[in-house]
Design a protein around this ligand. Structure first.
Ligand SMILES: [Cu+2]
Length: 765
């Protein structure tokens, strides 16, 4: 029935809305004949009978642009000249016809995040949909069978970070309370090229942590009384505790740091459609005037619940009601999870009613909590199921006491004067179940309750898929069950199954997981009324279960929505067995799977008064080519070149083969037979990372000579100041210090047993 309806829709309708920036030739609209189309939202989606759906057509022109958020011009990508891209509006029952015109010199793609649509329209290049090649146009056509707040973004490489995201608003076919509404699309911005940011994460550079105050150096640890915890952390070979990876220059709301929503009237209740369209930032939302009342999550209406703090994971959407103050201009502030910045929206006129300030993170306290949880890096996987009470402090994002104080301040503010008028306004809102005025508290997932039961048909065949979220912070590789997308198999499911995913996060970071093309029940404290979602956050050491009816076909993407995690391997293809496959399946999704295993180069070059040191690396997930060269200004040189392969899951162990050459002709012990200062040898050996992040190197060369070397680089003494040391069984040693003045440069000094003392600069690439 539904199928027929959708095919007929364009013909039943005489309305056609066209949104375009440019003149366009009339187009013949062809609705694709897809296989029968089911939705897990059956009970929640109103039938479209009452609404004569129309064809809603958009032209999206994707083009390069220049932006300036920080005082510096930067390249970005815009749609129809704007970042964010224009809001696409539909009504449930419409047919969307969207022409994506790629005016760039590289390929692109658009994914419609949270929309239930035919597989071919999902927009993941090389998985479901062909990429939109440079200069080409691709037309997406799909029926709109749901309502709510959604968004769209590029699914090509890191384009989303460059500005390729926009919001989607779908009005319900059923009458809804008439409320003024605003879209609030949150995002993050870095002046760096996103490709460079990812390379820097792979490299493990310190600059982002320095900028965020998250380095956790020994000096700071001693001063704050956390020396033992710091030693414990390094003993466990863990990188500094952090919540976020990238350092961002700006956090944006609808493309701006500050937005005024001027036509909202004093005392008015308004609906906000909040979308987290950022590449890697969770946001904490707090409103200066009063609480926020959540009425929908991920596009689906939920039992209204009031909160005074709403954390929104990447790629989630929430619809909330807020009251514009009778007097004053209230701030709704979206603070980034690492508390390095925020963007604000203002409602009302007059004196500003600020949202509470969130205190800075206490990284050392978080480090202690993590340290307690993670007694030993090796035991992480065995910690399954343990309730992590120690994590409370981290969830609170830092100092929980001062957070609470702010909360009280805010509650106090709520009580001032206009809480009565709030209630009155709330009562006016018939049609939307405002329920009892519950005491607002901080949001958590257990508060999300579906309006109707969401239990799945008990006749479905059960299938359970267990997945561990895994990662290697030292080398910035993210995965499931220690396998990146590039070396994984598909997750196989079958139509007609009740699929349960049991996900266990064994990493020290949070991950916003997203399943394409399906809504799933997010199992929480609400039992039968578990909410339907398409994206959810999973905290470190947490285990989460989702379940859905397998009622689709072909292949769908399942991945972490932190763009840099996805691009580093944290993704899987969920595949319907026994159904005809698409063109990309025939080549095993080669192009898509290649992405996480790209080669990343980096180097450090020190030019000192006595000589120069170059340390270079080119590596992908399992292999690396490492080069070290040292030259003194009086003509001596040494080089070591190693091709290595990581062996174990944690990548502490690597095997290598290499070539070693040196000619230290001016050194006092130099002679033709002294292999310490004069050699050309092939060598082989292993690297093993010891506790305290000491890299040990055990090697033998083709003449049978054995050497053991120990090395620690980049030991943080203070927030900018680092210590390096190296010693080997040939009685050679080097110590060095460097003061990092900018991302690419340090002032440095070193003492080398052969080349002696020098001072100069080090360049980091
Ligand atoms: Cu992730």
């Amino acid at each position: 029935m539904k199928k027929i309806l959708f095919i007929l829709l364009p013909f039943l309708s005489n309305a056609q809305v066209k949104h375009s920036m440019q003149m366009d030739m009339p187009k013949n609209i062809i609705i694709q004949k897809t296989t029968p189309y089911n939705t897990p939202l059956k009970s929640l989606v109103s039938t479209v009978n009452s609404y004569k759906g129309k064809k809603v057509e958009y032209d999206l022109y994707v083009n390069d642009t220049i932006v300036n958020y920080t005082g510096k011009n930067r390249k970005a990508i815009a749609i129809n000249g704007s970042i964010p891209a224009p809001t696409l509006e539909f009504t449930e029952g419409d047919t969307a016809i969207i022409h994506v015109h790629n005016r760039m010199h590289m390929e692109t793609s658009i994914h419609w995040h949270g929309l239930l649509l035919p597989n071919k329209e999902d927009g993941v290049p090389y998985l479901t949909t062909s990429p939109v090649e440079a200069g080409e146009t691709y037309t997406f056509t799909f029926p709109i069978i749901q309502s709510g707040t959604y968004w769209y973004h590029s699914h090509t490489m890191l384009q989303e970070q460059n500005g390729l995201y926009g919001s989607i608003v779908i009005h319900s076919a059923k009458p809804e309370p008439k409320l003024k509404e605003y879209v609030m699309l949150l995002s993050d911005w870095t002046d760096e090229k996103p490709e460079q940011a990812l390379r820097y994460l792979k490299r493990g550079g310190e600059w982002y942590a320095i900028k965020k105050g998250a380095l956790q150096s020994y000096g700071e640890a001693i001063a704050a009384g956390y020396f033992k915890d710091k030693v414990k952390q390094e003993w466990q070979r863990m990188t500094p505790m952090d919540v976020s990876d990238v350092y961002y220059n700006k956090f944006l709301m609808n493309g701006k740091e500050k937005s005024e929503f001027k036509d909202a009237k004093p005392g008015e209740i308004i609906r906000l459609r909040i979308i987290n369209g950022s590449a890697s930032t969770y946001f904490n939302l707090q409103y200066g005037n009063s609480y926020m009342r959540i009425i929908a999550a991920d596009g689906v209406n939920v039992s209204p619940v009031s909160v005074n703090k709403l954390e929104i994971a990447i790629a989630e959407t929430y619809d909330v009601l807020i009251t514009v103050p009778e007097n004053g201009k209230a701030e709704l502030r979206a603070t980034s999870w690492d508390i390095t910045g925020y963007s604000s929206g203002y409602f009302g006129t007059g004196a500003v009613i600020s949202a509470p300030e969130i205190p800075k993170l206490n990284y050392f306290k978080m480090m202690r909590e993590m340290g307690d949880m993670n007694m030993n890096g090796m035991n992480m996987n065995s910690m399954k199921g343990m309730k992590m009470n120690g994590m409370k402090g981290m969830e609170m994002k830092g100092d929980s006491n001062s957070n609470k104080m702010d909360m009280n301040k805010m509650d106090g503010m709520n009580m001032k004067g206009d809480s009565n008028s709030n209630k009155m306004n709330m009562n006016k809102m018939d049609g939307m179940d405002m329920g009892q005025m519950d005491m607002p508290s901080e949001f958590n997932y257990d508060m999300l309750r579906s309006i109707t039961p969401t239990t799945l048909d008990s006749n479905l065949i059960p299938r359970e898929v267990k997945l561990k979220l895994t990662g290697n912070m030292l080398r910035y590789i993210w995965s499931f069950d220690d396998k990146t997308l590039s070396n994984s198999d598909k997750i196989l499911i079958r139509k007609g199954e009740k699929v349960r995913f049991v996900l266990q996060n064994t990493t020290m970071m949070r991950h916003p997981m997203h399943l394409h093309g399906h809504y799933f029940r997010f199992i929480n404290a609400q039992g039968e009324y578990a909410p339907l979602k398409h994206t959810f956050d999973i905290k470190p050491m947490e285990t989460i279960t989702i379940e859905f009816e397998a009622n689709e076909e072909k292949d769908w993407f399942f991945h972490c929505h932190i763009l840099y995690h996805m691009m580093s391997g944290m993704a899987r293809i969920v595949s319907y067995e026994g159904i005809e496959q698409n063109q990309f399946a025939k080549t095993n999704y080669k192009k898509l799977k290649k992405e996480d295993n790209a080669l990343y180069p980096w180097y450090d070059l020190s030019v000192h008064s006595q000589g120069a040191w170059l340390s270079g690396n080119v590596s992908n997930n399992k292999n690396a080519l490492e080069f070290e060269g040292r030259v003194s200004w009086d003509g001596n040189f040494e080089t070591e070149t190693h091709l290595l392969r990581y062996i174990d899951k944690r990548q502490f162990l690597a095997f290598y083969i290499g070539y070693d050459t040196r000619a230290n002709k001016t050194l006092p012990l130099y002679n033709e037979s002294n292999t310490k200062d004069n050699r050309n040898v092939f060598d082989a050996g292993v690297y093993y990372l010891l506790p305290m992040l000491v890299r040990s190197e055990w090697r033998i060369d083709h003449t049978g000579k054995v050497r053991l070397q120990l090395e620690r680089r980049d030991l943080p003494l203070s927030n900018n100041f680092f210590f390096d040391w190296r010693v080997n069984t040939d009685k050679e040693y080097t110590v060095g210090f460097r003061y990092m003045v900018a991302k690419p440069i340090s002032i440095s000094t070193n003492y080398d047993s052969d080349y002696k003392w020098g001072v100069g600069l080090t360049w980091h690439y």
